[in-house]
Design a protein around this ligand. Structure first.
Ligand code: GUN
Length: 287
């Protein structure tokens, strides 16, 4: 049976380190790291994510600035808020929760964030730095996945990694991180031919597609490390619902070497890494 990689436990450890770093920064520079979170609209899933981000930011001793804007907010109003956060010295990190309502272009909005405060690592300047091995903020979900991976396998160099999904938030930055660790990386997506055969070649398999329990045991090389980024709500027999990943956990656990559960895998690590990026932004601001 596969080793279960515990994202909750590792996230707790990262949060402890961040809390310690926050204390030190307060003592050495009288600076409290501040994270501004902007939510446009009332998407229920985004509301839950944002609430958790705010709660955990405060729990580790940082300031949280929470901005909720109406679903019909104009581009001008949103950009003007971001510009004011860019120049606010109490704000070290800015996060605009995605997805945005359809009338707002997320790329245009992200490009307005000052790259030194872009703790999501979505600005093209940070994306470029990531792909050229420069100093950048790394998107939180892939960064969390890399930490989970390293907790079970420190030697990534030369391994075959397959990343399923090519989003800007997970798939692409995950591939860049694995490449920077000298893995041989393939990015698979909806047009990929014979996905199961490709997955069977992976020593490291990262699933970020948003399809409940798509990946089965016969897609997985024996002993492979499987990171499941999917968070899908499915109906249960009793009419209720539960969260499952993109990987059929029970089935794949019989062949994989190590696997992340859902919930309790990359999910908790995402916010922990956001806190770590915010602390880093505040440290850079005083250095
Ligand atoms: N929506 C889903 N994941 C993320 C994330 O990591 N950052 C932001 N800003 N929005 C998201």
């Amino acid at each position: 049976m596969a080793t279960r990689i515990d994202g909750k436990e590792l996230a707790e450890q990262v949060r402890k380190e961040v809390s310690e770093g926050v204390k030190n920064l307060k003592a050495s520079h009288a600076v409290t790291p501040g994270l501004a979170v902007v939510l446009v609209g009332e998407d229920p899933a985004s509301q839950v994510y944002v609430r958790n981000k705010v709660k955990q930011t405060e729990a580790c001793g940082m300031n949280s600035f929470h901005h909720v804007m109406d679903v019909g907010t104009s581009r001008e109003s949103l950009l003007s808020l971001i510009e004011s956060l860019n120049t606010d010295p109490a704000v070290h990190g800015i996060l605009v929760q995605l997805p945005l309502p359809a009338h707002l272009d997320s790329r245009d909005v992200i490009q307005t964030i000052d790259p030194v405060k872009d703790v999501d690592g979505f600005h093209s300047s940070n994306v470029g730095n990531l792909w050229t091995s420069g100093k950048s903020f790394v998107p939180c979900t892939p960064l969390g996945c890399l930490k989970l991976l390293k907790s079970v396998e420190p030697n990534i160099a030369g391994k075959n990694a397959v990343v399923i999904g090519r989003s800007n938030i997970v798939g692409r930055p995950m591939a860049a991180l694995l490449l920077n660790e000298s893995a041989t990386v393939t990015i698979a997506h909806s047009k990929t031919k014979d996905l199961p055969a490709l997955c069977r070649q992976a020593d490291i398999l990262v699933a970020a597609v948003g399809r409940p329990r798509m990946i089965k045991a016969d897609w997985v090389k024996p002993g492979a490390i499987v990171l499941d980024v999917g968070i899908n709500r499915v109906e249960t027999a009793d009419g209720g619902g539960c969260l499952v990943g993109d990987v059929d956990f029970e089935d794949v656990s019989t062949v994989a070497g190590a696997i992340t559960p859902v919930p309790g895998g990359p999910g908790p690590m995402t916010i922990a890494c956001l806190l770590a990026n915010t602390l880093e932004a505040a440290k850079r601001a005083v250095s």
